[in-house]
Design a protein around this ligand. Structure first.
Ligand SMILES: Cc1cc2nc3c(=O)[nH]c(=O)nc-3n(C[C@H](O)[C@H](O)[C@H](O)COP(=O)(O)OP(=O)(O)OC[C@H]3O[C@@H](n4cnc5c(N)ncnc54)[C@H](O)[C@@H]3O)c2cc1C
Length: 503
């Protein structure tokens, strides 16, 4: 593990004057929209996030299935905020928040940074939950990050490749042509639908020894219906549509084991069934960022089963009006874990900070405005809920298209996303089918290192020492080589001299 080097982030503005310092944790929907909402405020904003990009999670499944590139849904935060003079971006995973001293400690590759704040917005989101079976993660990646999506892309397309090789040898390849998605929420539905489209449309002419249309795509959930938050009617319509696409929907089945070669499910009546499959995708359950626990321990605010922290009606923590928590991390009035809750919460927090600085009264409790929900099933098929309206089919799909296009960050990303959608939805192609061995195996390899990626870089001090050693011992040698190279050229001593005999 690399040694720790600590830097203090200065709590002064670029002009040298001390201004109100806002630290924002996270560059997702809450973090980015909160930072942007403070652009006209008399504050300095430091956004600390463990990735260099803002991630549009709702389209991760399209990266995993080769429709979009990772750049289209994950623009660099630094570029997005380049025009906002009062904002700076710091790369780092927040490991500690000290509410007493008002500091946030973050780390990257063993280097530590401490940032001081006057106001704090915590928007660290949620990760995948395996309901206490974290060992499943090795064989069934979740769908939370660009790494996850690229790994899944490699695993899905790779399974077809291995099946082709196996079939050529005459092996049984059923386990390679079986794809299981666990969790029938929007992400699971979208993944299952897209894998079915891959097998039935995109890849159908690309292989010689396998018939990709014979691939088995299974969607499993312990619940009795798909998409429970969309209600029974839309859930049933979605199930019918998935089955029409060739997806096998298994409900009331709890996944009890996952290993390299398959999954085991247990039904309510006690029946246990195993499905042999190499490609498993985990789209069930979320667990709020562990930063919630840190905040809970310091304030006494309770956590729910998913690790979400209870916040005051104004999104602050008990006894700490200067700390706002927004988005997937919070438990308040049964608000759902969706992008709009994070965006609206972050904008609300930014407005509160601005009002306090201007001496204006508070806005009152945070009020969430539900703009509706939607899930895509396949090309031209989606389900949507807007107020009391329930929509299915092409109309819902067009709505989905418009909304997602509106929220993708960056004009150039919108243009290229539309081009890629044309390729995939009107044609049968996929523009982003590139996969590499590293995409598939790097996560598991890194997990086997004690200190993660930090084990692969030198400690800052050791690196400098090695460099100075290199400087003293190698400089003279390199200079002599360079002088000899130049002499050979200047004195025309390279190659066979004209007139010299060959013997
Ligand atoms: C696959 C998928 C599909 C989805 N589809 C939809 C949809 O169709 N519609 C919808 O409304 N919602 C959807 N959601 C949910 C939506 O994306 C979330 O509700 C939303 O992203 C929450 O915003 P947030 O800011 O709370 O967290 P996030 O957007 O997850 O952002 C968290 C940020 O914090 C950073 N971070 C985490 N821990 C640390 C740390 N310790 N230190 C520093 N940085 C940290 C992360 O890198 C990230 O930048 C989907 C989610 C997923 C995973």
């Amino acid at each position: 593990m690399a040694g720790m080097q600590t830097e203090q982030d200065h709590a002064t503005s670029r002009s040298g004057e001390t201004r109100h310092q806002v630290v924002v944790i996270g560059s997702g929907f809450g973090g980015l929209f909160g930072t942007k909402a403070l652009r006209r405020s008399d504050v300095d904003v430091t956004m600390v996030a463990k990735t260099t990009h803002h991630l549009f999670q709702p389209l991760l499944y399209q990266v995993a299935t080769g429709i979009l590139s990772e750049g289209e849904i994950a623009p660099p935060t630094r570029e997005v905020l380049s025009g906002q003079d009062n904002a700076q971006v710091l790369l780092g995973e927040v490991s500690a928040i000290d509410l007493e001293r008002r500091t946030v400690t973050s780390q990257v590759l063993g280097r530590e940074t401490v940032s001081s704040y006057d106001s704090l917005i915590v928007a660290a989101g949620a990760g995948q939950s395996y309901f206490g079976n974290d060992q499943f993660a090795e064989f069934a990646p979740g769908m939370k990050s660009i790494d996850d999506a690229l790994e899944l892309r490699g695993r899905i397309f790779g399974a077809f490749e291995l099946a082709e090789l196996g079939a050529k040898r005459g092996d049984n390849v059923d386990h390679l042509l079986t794809f299981i998605v666990v969790g029938a929420g929007p992400t699971g539905v979208e993944m299952a639908g897209q894998i079915a489209e891959l097998a039935h449309r995109t890849l159908k002419r690309d292989f010689r020894s396998i018939n990709t249309r014979s691939a088995r795509v299974v969607l499993v959930d312990a619940a009795p219906q798909v998409l429970p938050p969309f209600g029974q009617k839309l859930g049933a319509a979605t199930k019918t549509e998935l089955e029409r696409l060739g997806v096998e929907v298994i409900l009331g089945a709890m996944v009890t084991d996952v290993d390299e070669r398959g999954i085991e499910m247990k039904f309510k009546d006690g029946r246990v069934e195993r499905i042999d499959t190499v490609t498993k995708i985990w789209a069930a359950g979320v667990q709020a960022s562990p930063l919630g626990r840190t905040l809970s321990e310091q304030t006494g605010a309770p956590l729910d089963r998913a690790g979400r922290i209870s916040v005051n009606p104004d999104l602050t923590l008990p006894g700490h009006p200067e700390v706002f928590v927004v988005g997937d991390m919070i438990s308040l009035d049964n608000l759902p874990g969706v992008a709009q809750v994070a965006i609206q919460g972050a904008k609300y927090a930014a407005e509160e900070i601005d009002r306090r600085l201007k001496g204006k009264p508070s806005q009152g409790p945070f009020k969430y405005f539900d703009k509706g929900s939607m899930a895509i099933i396949s090309r031209f098929r989606a389900v949507a809920m807007v107020g009391k309206l329930r929509l299915t089919g092409v109309i819902a799909w067009l709505m989905w298209l418009a909304v997602h296009l509106f929220y993708i960050t960056g004009f150039k990303n919108r243009i290229t996303a539309v081009l890629h959608w044309f390729v995939s939805f009107l044609g049968r192609g996929r523009s982003e089918r590139t996969t590499t061995e590293q995409q598939i195996f790097a996560r598991t390899a890194l997990a086997r290192l004690k200190g993660g990626a930090a084990d692969l870089v030198s400690e800052p001090g050791a690196y400098d020492a090695a460099r100075s050693l290199l400087e003293t011992t190698r400089r003279a040698e390199l200079e002599a080589i360079a002088a000899e190279e130049a002499r050979l050229t200047d004195q025309h001593e390279r190659g066979i001299k004209v007139g010299r005999s060959a013997s």
